[in-house]
Design a protein around this ligand. Structure first.
Ligand code: EPS
Length: 355
């Protein structure tokens, strides 16, 4: 039994969609809790005017009845309100009538740091928009909705996941905006109440640290991930780096960030990620015009100065998703009570209670 997520959607297309399969039946979902995460993702200092257009809320098309999961695929939709301004430019079918609204002219000026050039080369697109629309971080909205569902499942077994932006400097954001520049930063996700034994060392693809790193590295603009003290461990001695074990089987420290040998060890799971500065600059970098082959300046369009606070919410959803997936693999169950019962029996066997 595992959780699976398939998503689709372009930034200015009609909607973002996700299908979540592998949930147990009987899980109570709170629409307001999902929408609250969607709102958190839209907030944060340094966001673009796009966020004043969007008011993200989740629609559920399948898999839920009267607020309880049916144990069947759950279909989630987040509409793009901005699509109203792009109906010709982003029409799924050949558009009818005269070009109107946004996205009617081909984009040929790739932005360094975005998917524009490599995406156009890879897929053979002549209009860079055909690459950038899906590469956009807009689609993280529906992943946050799926993450909120995963967090509801985790709460059933006492796990709480929380993401925060570490380098929030609002004055630096104002200064970057004045300079027509952008910023990145670091985010951290802490997960409490995780029992020992999620993930496995049996195969490298089962390792919880590898899975969390891949989930967080899969977020737009993330260029580095560490677990626990991560990179700092490289310059310590073993006697300083490892977390000694007390008679109650707890650790005195948590340099490992709650994971050893790819397996959760019962301590708080700590994941940190580094986000690069966003690639759409109001003062554009050098590029090439793909239509003429001449040197040119990259595309300038509406963008965020910083999306760090959004990244923290998205990273929280990614970590929550991956922990829920690992928990489904370990505890299984078609009904939520089976899942919780298996978790409880396991915790009794290893005499483990959350601190
Ligand atoms: C993004 C560009 C901007 C961001 C967008 C990600 O969108 P637009 O081109 O419409 O101004 O606002 O993020 C979102 C819309 C969102 O909801 O997070 C990009 O190029 O990645």
């Amino acid at each position: 039994m595992t959780l699976e997520l398939a998503s689709a959607g372009e930034s200015h297309g009609p909607a973002l969609v996700a299908i979540v399969s592998g949930l147990p039946a009987g899980l109570v979902l709170d629409r307001e809790a999902i929408d609250a995460d969607l709102r958190r993702r839209q907030q944060g200092y340094g966001r673009s005017p796009r966020q004043q257009i969007e008011t993200d809320t989740v629609e559920v098309l399948a898999g839920l009845r009267h607020g309880r999961t049916l144990g069947t695929p759950l279909a989630l939709v987040v509409r793009n309100r901005d699509h109203a301004n792009w109906t010709w430019g982003m029409s799924p079918w050949p558009p009818e009538g005269e070009p109107d609204g946004k996205g009617t002219k081909p984009v040929t000026l790739p932005r360094p740091g975005h998917a524009d050039l490599a995406g156009a080369q890879k897929f053979g697109h002549e209009d860079v928009r055909d690459a950038l629309e899906r590469a956009s971080a807009r689609h993280t909205a529906v992943h946050v909705a799926a993450g909120a569902v995963a967090k509801a499942l985790l709460r059933e077994i006492g796990i709480e996941v929380s993401g925060t932006a570490l380098d929030l400097d609002e004055a630096a954001i104002d200064a970057a905006r004045a300079d027509r520049d952008t910023l990145g930063g670091r985010v951290e996700v802490r997960s409490t109440g995780v029992c020992p034994g999620l993930g496995s060392y049996a195969r490298k693809e089962d390792r919880l640290d590898a899975r969390l790193a891949a989930a967080v590295m899969g977020i737009q603009a993330v260029k580095g991930v560490e677990i626990g003290d991560g990179f700092a461990l490289a310059s310590l001695r073993g006697s300083q780096a490892h977390d000694e074990i007390d008679a109650d089987r707890r650790r005195r420290t948590n340099h490992a960030g709650g994971i050893e040998a790819g397996v959760s060890n019962g301590e708080e799971i700590v994941v940190r990620a580094a986000m690069k500065p966003l690639p759409t600059l109001m003062r554009p970098l050098d590029s090439v015009d793909l239509a003429t082959g001449e040197r040119a300046q990259a595309l300038v369009e509406r963008s965020d100065v910083s999306a760090l606070e959004a990244c923290a919410v998205v990273a929280e959803a990614a970590v929550g998703w991956e922990l829920a997936r690992a928990a489904r693999e370990k505890f299984g169950g078609d009904a939520v009570g089976d899942f919780v019962g298996a978790w409880r029996a396991y915790c009794e066997r290893i005499a483990w209670t959350a601190r």
